[in-house]
Design a protein. Structure first.
Length: 421
């Protein structure tokens, strides 16, 4: 269960990740609260969130191509340094009461930096553990993210009340500094380098040509989009159910949010116990969570809904862990940054489209019916993916193309060959 922690570099990385995630959620809460306090508009808060996510939809493919060509360590140090400056500028902006457009502009810049940093973070995280421990490391990353989210939001509420919102951004700036120090003190000799694409196979177009031949990866992207858009945006449906049929109000919504957070921690712990991260496991968990989602709205009472929500949240983390592990291990090392970038773009698109769609369904059909429809759609998508993946497994293997030469990140190991699907 603790396999990843046997690696010194991962222990350092996990510690830095917990600090960074905690600081990030403190900043998110502080920023949302400042916008809401100034405008009294939930739409303005949503606009602030949109500014941070749009860069991923626009620039994701180029970020992945960059990560496959440049040392991820260098990208991370540069990105974290920029985040320090942005967080301090946000603190100054809030402290001075500057207009909201300044906050929105800094949020968009932070989103742009995060977009280019994301694939590099994924590649770097893969290098601090051997391939055999990657799934275990990703599972623990989910636990760390959940714990950091709870800690960040809890600490933000206390610090904002005691010393003011600008302090939240300063604390976040310090957390980025901690990541920089951690990355620099890691032992290079204990890294597990990944192949880095040569110039002729670099770029967005080369990545798209590669993905076009990787049918299993394409199926995972498609399934992940449906599951994330209609089966993952529980912030919307929890609010609709709490306000509507459960009549539990904001207190009930807060309770359900806490239950969901606990479920994600349990899901991460369950995933950490897994030894094999297989596609059949992914499909089974996706089918079970889809059925639970479909029936969740029919369960009476707040306690009943919360009890069903717990395994749904746990299943979501297991799905994400298995899917991310398979996407990374089944992709060529030299294309991993571009694969991770597409994954991020798919997740961003699913959130941007799925949340409004679930909100519209809840308003038109009712929250319970929306959960039923969404659960049935995700179940159908899971069954369709199972059929396609089984068909792909039965296909005869294509002739292996001549090896294409790639260099590693540090030039010390031969690269993995790219073959056609």
């Amino acid at each position: 269960m603790l396999r990843a922690f046997s690696n010194r570099n991962y222990r350092l990385w996990a510690s830095a990740d917990l600090v960074s995630v905690t600081g990030t959620w403190m900043q998110v809460l502080g920023l949302n609260w400042v916008v809401m306090e100034r405008t009294g508009s939930a739409t303005s808060v949503g606009l602030s969130v949109a500014f941070s996510t749009v860069p991923a939809l626009v620039c994701g493919p180029w970020a992945g191509a960059l990560a496959d060509r440049i040392s991820p360590r260098r990208i991370i140090v540069t990105g974290q340094s920029l985040h320090v400056m942005i967080a301090l500028l946000l603190a100054f902006t809030v402290w001075q009461g500057l207009p909201l457009p300044a906050l929105f502009a800094l949020t968009a810049i932070a989103g742009l930096v995060g977009t280019f940093e994301g694939p590099a973070l994924g590649r770097f995280a893969s290098q601090v553990v051997p391939r055999s421990d990657l799934g275990n490391a990703l599972a623990w990353n989910s636990v760390i993210n959940s714990v950091g989210r709870v800690l960040g939001m809890s600490l933000a509420g206390v610090l904002a009340a005691v010393i003011g919102e600008p302090a939240l951004f300063c604390v976040n700036a310090a957390s980025f500094g901690g990541v920089i120090v951690t990355v620099l003190v890691m032992r290079s000799s204990q890294f597990h380098p990944l192949a880095k694409s040569t110039r002729e196979y670099a770029g967005v177009v080369a990545g798209l040509r590669y993905l076009r031949t990787q049918h299993v990866l394409l199926v995972l992207f498609a399934l992940g989009f449906v599951l994330s858009s209609l089966g993952r945006n529980y912030q919307v449906t929890m609010a609709a159910v709490a306000e509507g049929p459960l009549n539990a109000g904001s207190a009930g919504y807060g309770t359900l949010s806490s239950v969901f957070a606990v479920g994600t921690v349990l899901g991460g712990l369950a995933a950490a116990r897994l030894k094999d991260f297989t596609l059949p496991l992914l499909l089974v968990v996706a089918a079970v969570t889809s059925v639970l989602q479909a029936v969740s709205g029919l369960i009476p009472g707040l306690v009943g809904f919360a009890l069903v929500l717990l395994p749904i949240a746990a299943g979501a983390v297991v799905i994400d862990t298995v899917k991310s592990t398979r996407l990374q291990l089944d992709a060529a090392d030299s294309m991993r940054g571009r694969v991770l970038a597409v994954q991020g773009t798919v997740a961003g698109g699913a959130g941007a489209l799925g949340a409004p769609a679930l909100g519209w369904l809840s308003e038109q059909l009712g929250p319970q019916e929306a959960l039923l429809v969404a659960g049935l759609v995700t179940l159908a998508a899971t069954c369709a993916a199972a059929v396609v993946l089984r068909s792909l497994a039965r296909r005869p293997s294509s002739p292996v193309e001549p090896e294409e030469t790639f260099s590693t990140s540090d030039g010390t190991e031969p690269a993995r060959a790219l073959t056609s699907a």
